[in-house]
Design a protein. Sequence first.
Length: 345
Amino acid sequence: MKAAFFSRHGGPEVMTYGDLPAPEVKPGEVLVQIKAAAMNRVDKWVRDGWPGLKLDLPHIPGSDGAGVVMETADELGGFRSGDRVVINTNLGCGACEFCVAGQDNLCRDWRLIGETIRGTNAEFFAVPARQLVHLPEGFSFENAAAAALVFQTAWHSLIARGQLRAGETVLIVGAGGGVNTAAIQIARLAGCTVYVVGSDERKLALAESLGAAVLIDRSKEDWGRKVYQLTNKRGVDVVVDNVGAATLMTSLRSARKGGRILTVGNTSGPKFEMDNRYMFGKHLSLIGSTMSTRAEFATVMGLVFAGKLKPVIDSTFPLKDIRAAHEHMERGEVTGKIVLTVNSD
Ligand SMILES: [Zn+2]
């Protein structure tokens, strides 16, 4: 099959488009012919490599994908050949105490598809049937792939962990990324007033179009001070901070007493120094999570299929142009998702 892969770690130049053997379909798995995949920052981190990362090379990246069922054993899990599906990248073992309790994102042997195991940037992908959700008629593979990882991540963080309530104020730090464009819409749908801190006018205009009510341009003003002023020195109920090192301390300052700070990632780096007086003095909760449960994935994708939540697509590349797609991601001007098209007729 055709696939995008790398045989050694490095920059975008290590990405190759070529032939690899199609995956073996194990019991319980369904073979999916991929039609669209979407890129995530993890694609770059895995390609760059990190100390201790052990991969079977060549490695095929890709956490998001949607396509058509090719082969199943006995209509596994209600899936039949020809069904249109989207893949849930959050892969639990299915057997540990957490998976059995339906908390598969807490799995003892948790995997992200495309990270430590081969991913979706290929013509075919074999996946346990429980990872699939049917696509409704007319819903595009591109939009499904673009939505899958980021909407489940933002949903679990804001709704399950963050317990957003109607009427609350929610500050989202960063405007253009896939998870934040999802978070703005989810907070709005939950009945919250959304504040967004962005780095330029283009990203803030996008945030506004997605439902943000208050826009703060951090290239022009001190955003921590601005939040303080705008909330009459109270602070916001909830801060969504997936930027990390560069912003977390200001996020702690921007939350009201008793506020929550939600985080699912750290695009500016993983480590930050914290003034603990803010944590206890303001009764703050710092709440982390990653991905979602399977039940939440089905719920949030249902809202995406219904048009209540919309993935933002930055650009589309054919899979054969994988190197150009990685170069585009590296340039950092991306708003929303980069989609790769595969097997497009
Ligand atoms: Zn498990």
